[in-house]
Design a protein around this ligand. Structure first.
Ligand code: FES
Ligand code: FE
Length: 449
């Protein structure tokens, strides 16, 4: 074993918390655990890298991270996507000097070795004089596994493991509704926003996985403004009862449905003419009645999609990536996506952009969350918690509540375990995330390395 006893203990106590809900606070912002997370979670899981629309042309590339490891996603001259570690095979220099762009070749700035955008070595300065015994065909960039689902590009460092569709499991059903909605598919608009904050990546991934409970307190000021009152939320007959939580083995989400079958998350009604033929009748109905979805694909991709509010703009789709940049430090990337069919609708674009921005650090909500998340990280990093085994609480929905929150047996809601009425008061999504974390972190688990 490569970890101190206390770290193994914390991991095992976290495993127990999937049932009890009493998780060790020392799981958060813990330096030793963080180093294990880099290898066991970010080294083993499928990690979101971007959307295919960002790599539409041959030669398009962008810098994206898997854990703390810098990768360059490229589309090569034959149209194939790759993710290369940004590390030259000569001395390991970073060969890519821009965030994104279009190029057929990368030339390392240190000594000038040059690679094609398929990762193969093209050549180097003074090759004939410099090398007598070098097989340049054997040298190519270090490459991650790469696969896509509904236009979402994922990479994986480990060479072995479940393929992407198996890793996403039943959650693919919901990704179809969110990203395979229309025939032309979704497209990213503009450049993603990025910001860094002093919080552990797990806190925000957990928050987006299903924490509506915090909205009542953290965002109370926002809820009391006119902007929300002007939105569609109030018009939901049985709000918040028309809210659902869906947990698969690893990933989970929450969503709000309207009784009205042509709600379409607030998109212009013409979207109904463009629905993808591959959607099942249930997926179409779910999308038709959808108001708002949010969720987390473990470990660090989150989704928020649907109507924001009349006053705050929307609808819009946003993908968040919580990129670990050290213990207790996260760089967040936020992409704005729209259905391609609506790309020329100026008034939709304006509203949608406003909706996306209302969720940015300059908007109405994000600064509320960031202050809280940074505080959690600082306090949870206290050695007190490790030495005394202080427990946090994810008990909502365990015990008496479980009998009241019966899983819903209706194909409209897809293959996950779905419950209702419990959105504000059930922490099953958080416990699902703990389970995913535990499965990869435990010594004899999938993640053992
Ligand atoms: Fe890249 Fe030397 S490190 S050419
Ligand atoms: Fe929030």
């Amino acid at each position: 074993s490569d970890e101190p006893d206390s770290i193994s203990d914390i991991i095992e106590r976290t495993g127990d918390a999937i049932e009890s809900g009493r998780y060790p606070l020392a799981i958060t912002n813990n330096r030793d655990l963080y180093e294990l997370e880099r290898r066991r979670i970010f080294g083993r899981a499928w990690i979101y890298l971007g959307h295919v629309s960002e790599f539409a042309e041959r030669g398009d590339y962008a810098r994206r991270y898997i854990g703390e490891d810098p990768f360059i996603v490229t589309r090569d001259e034959t149209g194939e996507l790759h993710a290369f570690l940004d590390s030259c095979m000569h001395r390991g220099a970073q060969f890519c000097t821009a965030e994104n762009g279009n190029t057929s070749h990368f030339r390392c700035p240190y000594h000038g070795w040059t690679y094609k955008n398929d990762g193969s070595l093209q050549g180097m300065p003074h090759m004939a004089e410099a090398y007598q015994d070098l097989d340049e065909d054997e040298i190519s960039l270090e490459e991650a596994e790469l696969d896509t689902y509904q236009g979402l590009v994922f990479g994986r460092i480990a060479e072995e493991g479940p393929d992407l569709e198996a890793y996403l499991g039943d959650f693919t059903w919901y990704l179809d509704v969110l990203f395979g909605t229309t025939e032309a598919g979704m497209t990213v608009v503009g450049e993603p926003h990025r910001w860094e904050s002093d919080h552990d990546w797990k806190i925000s991934a957990d928050n987006f996985s299903g924490d509506s409970y915090h909205v009542l307190t953290t965002h109370q000021a926002g809820l009391e403004t006119e902007n929300l009152a002007r939105g569609p939320w109030e018009e939901l007959d049985d709000f918040p009862a028309a809210s659902y939580l869906a947990c698969t083995d690893r990933h989970s989400m929450g969503y709000y449905l309207s009784a009205d079958a042509d709600t379409y998350m607030g998109y212009p009604k013409e979207i109904a003419d463009h629905l993808d033929d591959d959607l099942t009748a249930e997926q179409r109905e779910l999308f038709g009645r959808s108001v708002f979805h949010f969720g987390t694909v473990f470990p660090n991709m989150s989704i928020i999609h649907g109507i924001q509010s009349g006053g705050w703009g929307g609808p819009w789709a946003c993908i968040r990536k919580w990129n670990p940049r050290g213990p207790g430090t996260t760089e967040t990337t936020s992409w704005w996506l729209i259905p391609k069919e609506l790309a020329d609708d100026e008034s939709f674009l304006e509203d949608s952009h406003r909706g996306w921005e209302s969720l940015s650090p300059g908007g109405a909500f994000e600064s509320d969350d960031l202050t809280i998340w940074e505080g959690i990280s600082e306090s949870s990093g206290a050695v007190t918690h490790e030495l005394r085994d202080t427990r946090g609480n994810m008990q909502q929905g365990i015990g008496a509540m479980t009998d009241e929150v019966e899983p819903i047996d209706d194909p409209l809601h897809g293959p996950a375990e779905v419950t209702s009425k419990g959105l504000y008061f059930d922490e099953r999504n958080s416990r699902t995330m703990l389970r995913s974390w535990y499965e990869l972190m435990r010594e004899d688990g999938e993640g053992s390395a």
